[in-house]
Write a protein that binds this ligand. Structure first.
Ligand code: GLU
Length: 436
């Protein structure tokens, strides 16, 4: 839906030469592509453009740990702070073999835009350790987490950088980070991480928050498209914290969740799966594979099923120029970060699919992280009802603002969400001025 006229008139920003070699599935490229488009449309000053495209800090550390076998292994840890003009850097830490600096840079920038879309007083950061946590014992994971925390401790802090769970990390990992940081400081600092266990300063509702946010914006989108909630057929790719919660909450709301998947593949029942039963099955068997009474299908087949709502809630780059044409969903609610490539965006756009972009769709998690940080700092904790009510209010407002922006500028929801976010971050930079 881009308008070539405005594009030409506003293209003071020159294409970036460094990026001529990158490919469709480079997440930093995917982020920059949308950033460039939105920045051009906003007529962003070239100086601010340069500032906003550059991460503030990129830290790479070696993380040596003792394996249970008695051998020493050295892992690589990364933490990137993309922008902290609106507040402390906020963003998860992932433990995964696929972690790269480019990926973490993209994810950190996405956090900046995500926090700005939902108007939280946070900037964006992200971290990762290149490792395969499935091959590590709990004791090894604890040593890895504590040493990584110690290596990046200079930048951590409730006022500077506040991590949270992400791919393959959870509240137990957050508890170790909180403890390690607190030991170094000499006193307990709960607000240094979010997504902690509730007993140690975590927020009620945080675990479900990303999936709940997906539910809120999906309902809003169904309403816009005139599809009744009880008639909506939903397909969920990925059954981690985000996917499983979104599926559970959507099913509880009366939607028919017809297919779900994880690494082992997918299961499909056109009449709707019994999601609590699937969750029980996974608790016992780890994967959806073998779930009785449902048809099996691959992740690729699952993405192209006929449905009203597709929730990609796994990893980056699952909707690409290779399969976008075949997608039959009316709404895509991006539970994962970066599930759609920039090339695929154009195809989905042409097909008229209503995309709820990641930086809006999955912002429920960081929104309740914000609530957690506020509660920790205030030392006063809210009940779950209050958390969920406030989350819904923020998600609905952000959804409406993105859609209004898209209509006003005749752009996709994706570009609109970037425009909204960049505008807010840029406004902060203009007000603060440049320290030199
Ligand atoms: N990892 C989550 C995300 O990508 C949550 C980040 C946070 O709560 O800080 O949005």
């Amino acid at each position: 839906m881009s308008n070539p006229k405005t594009r030409r008139a506003q293209s003071i920003i020159k294409p970036d030469r460094d990026r001529r070699f990158v490919t469709e599935d480079n997440p930093f490229e995917a982020m920059m592509n949308r950033f460039d488009d939105a920045a051009r449309r906003l007529n962003l000053e070239p100086g601010l453009y340069k500032v906003l495209r550059s991460p503030e800090k990129q830290i790479i550390v070696s993380v040596p740990i003792l394996r249970d076998s008695g051998e020493i292994e050295v892992y690589t840890g990364i933490r990137v702070l993309h922008n902290t003009s609106r507040g402390p850097a906020k963003g998860g830490i992932r433990f995964d073999l696929a972690v790269t600096l480019d990926e973490v840079k993209a994810l950190a920038a996405w956090m900046t835009w995500k926090c700005a879309v939902v108007n939280l007083p946070f900037g964006g950061g992200k971290g990762g350790v290149i490792c395969d946590p499935t091959t590590m014992s709990a004791a090894e994971l604890e040593r890895l987490t504590r040493r990584y925390t110690a290596e990046i401790i200079e930048i951590l802090g409730p006022d500077s950088d506040v991590p949270a769970p992400d791919v393959n990390t959870n509240e137990r990992v957050m508890a170790w980070i909180m403890d390690t940081y607190s030991m170094h400081k000499g006193h307990t600092v709960t607000a240094v991480v979010t997504g902690k266990p509730v007993e140690m300063g975590g927020s009620l509702g945080r675990k479900d928050a990303t999936g709940r946010g997906c539910l809120v914006v999906t309902k809003r989108a169904l309403d816009r498209l005139g599809i009744p909630v009880e008639k909506a057929k939903v397909v969920v790719q990925g059954f981690g914290n985000v996917g499983s919660t979104a599926a559970r909450l959507m099913a509880a709301e009366g939607m028919q969740v017809v297919a779900v998947s994880d690494k082992s593949g997918g299961i499909h029942d056109p009449k709707g799966l019994d999601i609590p039963k699937v969750i029980e099955w996974i608790k016992e068997h780890r994967f959806v594979e073998g779930y009785p009474g449902a048809e099996r299908l691959t992740n690729e087949e699952l993405l192209t099923l006929k449905c009203d709502v597709l929730v990609p809630a796994a990893l980056e780059n699952v909707i690409t120029s290779k399969n976008a044409e075949k997608i039959k969903a009316k709404i895509i609610c991006e539970g994962a970060n970066g599930p759609t490539t920039a090339k695929a965006d154009a195809i989905l756009d042409k097909k008229g699919i209503f995309v709820i972009p990641d930086i809006l769709a999955n912002a429920g998690g960081v929104t309740v992280s914000y609530f957690e940080w506020v509660q920790d700092r205030g030392g006063y904790f809210w009940d779950e009802e209050t958390v969920n009510e406030r989350l819904e209010k923020i998600m609905v407002k952000a959804f409406d603002e993105v859609v209004a922006m898209a209509e006003k500028h005749q752009v996709s929801n994706r570009i609109a969400s970037y425009m909204l976010a960049i505008d807010r971050v840029a406004a902060m930079h203009r007000m603060r001025g440049l320290y030199a």
